[in-house]
Design a protein around this ligand. Structure first.
Ligand SMILES: [Zn+2]
Length: 157
């Protein structure tokens, strides 16, 4: 089990809105924040265009140019580029074989499962040390008073 992933509500709201906007296609974007012994703290989400040519309902692609933009943004803002999010329209937030094939080490891969009614749940994954499979990261949205976004599934640590 990987360390926990804590979302600032504003960053989570960006991911959720992007998943719902792009439906029935997949959305994608970058996740920024800081990492310490307690885990990863995501403070910002940056949507980018799904550059997949053809059917975008089951695939997403991010251009080299957008990767460079994201790295520059991290440098300029003093944050770390910690991961990538994308949506699974009408499918659970479990990585596909394709997701595993294109995953980079270290990054958190957040997947939001989205239906016509909205985002149903989200889960986050990181490559195992061997790079052969994904390990789940416990995912939380920090809300004052209320613990988490009601539509977000919680994985207990
Ligand atoms: Zn996927």
């Amino acid at each position: 089990m990987k360390a926990r992933l804590n979302f600032e509500p504003a960053a989570w709201d960006v991911v959720r809105a992007d998943a719902e906007r792009a439906f029935p296609n997949e959305c994608c974007g970058f996740l920024f924040g800081l990492e310490d012994a307690q885990g990863r703290h995501l403070t910002e989400a940056l949507p980018v265009d799904n550059a997949q040519t053809g059917d975008q309902r089951r695939r997403f692609a991010i251009t080299e140019r957008d990767y460079l933009r994201a790295e520059r943004h991290a440098l300029a803002s003093g944050l770390q580029l910690l991961g990538i999010y994308h949506s699974h329209p009408r499918h659970p937030a479990v990585p596909s074989i394709h997701d595993l094939r294109v995953a980079l080490p270290y990054f958190s891969y957040l997947i939001a499962s989205v239906y016509p009614e909205g985002v149903h749940h989200a889960r986050s994954w990181q490559l195992s040390d061997s790079g052969r499979f994904f390990e789940e990261e416990p995912l939380f949205v920090q809300r004052e008073g209320a613990a988490v976004s009601p539509r977000l599934s919680i994985t207990n640590p």
